[in-house]
Design a protein around this ligand. Sequence first.
Ligand code: ADP
Ligand code: MG
Length: 398
Amino acid sequence: MNIHEYQAKGLLREFGVPVPDGYPVLKAEDAEAVARQLRGPVWVVKSQIHAGGRGKGKFKEKAAGDKGGVRLASSVEEASAFVREMLGQTLVTAQTGPAGKQVNRVYIEDGSAIASEFYLSMLVDRDTSRVAFVVSTEGGMNIEEVAHDNPEKIRTFSVDPATGIMPLHGRTVAETLGLTGDLARQAEDLAAKLYRAFVEEDMAMLEINPLVVTKDGKLRCLDAKVSFDDNALFRHPDLFKLRDETEEDAKEIEASKYDLAYIALDGTIGCMVNGAGLAMATLDIIKLYGEEPANFLDVGGGASEEKVTAAFKIITADPQVKGILVNIFGGIMKCDVIARGVIAAVKTVGLEVPLVVRLEGTNVEEGKQIIRSSGLNVIPADDLDDAAQKIVAAVRGA
Ligand code: ADP
Ligand code: MG
């Protein structure tokens, strides 16, 4: 689960991490009162979307100007004008894709006088099975570019969970950033607090870009991106209220209601499968024959007819889908149940794109018979290879 910058900063503040004061605005009419709670002389007005690159982003609508999703204001009036310009508009950044994301919340915070900008992130390093720090002096800009062009400027080290965070780790952060004296001590303190926040809140990723040194010699986190380990969320019921469903794919939310795993992708072929392994194999073979999957929906091991119907509706609701491949191996799942679900769904939602069905396993003959006798225009396939070729040919012909 991802959260907004202002929520991440609120959480980090509870752990004593230095972040600027700020308040979120959800309604334009509140902007002025919110801005007045801050001292100035600089107010930073920041679009809150679950994507980075906001500073360099562009709004689709001209009303919001072409100043990007992070703007500096020099008065309460200017700050509230920026809020009004941003709210409800669509911000396009390098991370949102061309469709952009609608800005429904804005954050106003104290402006910092920046002396230098650094990069610091933390993640679970799967190679070492430890929490790792990634630190670089090249903050504020595109860290992916730095990683590509100047990898030596990025330092990574991990923390042994048996010892936890130690002064040595903080000193490594300070040394990497070239900080000495009081700033080095601030870096040690920051590393310890961030580590505690990361571990106690079961974060999967924490990114501070930029981490700055202010002109008056303070280390401060000016941006914060946090995602949590979904498998540990049950331990943090209070984090659920930070969820913003408007930032998530509506189809993924709909699928989760039926306990279906739905993943949106960029291609044209919708895939209904059972089991993660079969899903991966299905995506691979579609790519092998030269097309791209639009999504995959895993109906799991013991899906009911109702669940299959819901799954089918979710796939057909995506306008990107130019063809559907149903690829089911009936183990616990029975092929006749799948077949009935597919037929029921097609009858309620209609079928405007080609549909290839490959069934194998328990009750396969019964399943195939149900599909054959349905009178619907379904293309049967004998095996995975045959199915992939048929759906690729069908979407190309369409
Ligand atoms: P994004 O990474 O989505 O572009 P940031 O929060 O990193 O958004 O903001 C972009 C840039 O705006 C930062 O690199 C920093 O230079 C500037 N900035 C952000 N917050 C502040 C602030 N409170 N005071 C001064 N400058 C800021
Ligand atoms: Mg940033």
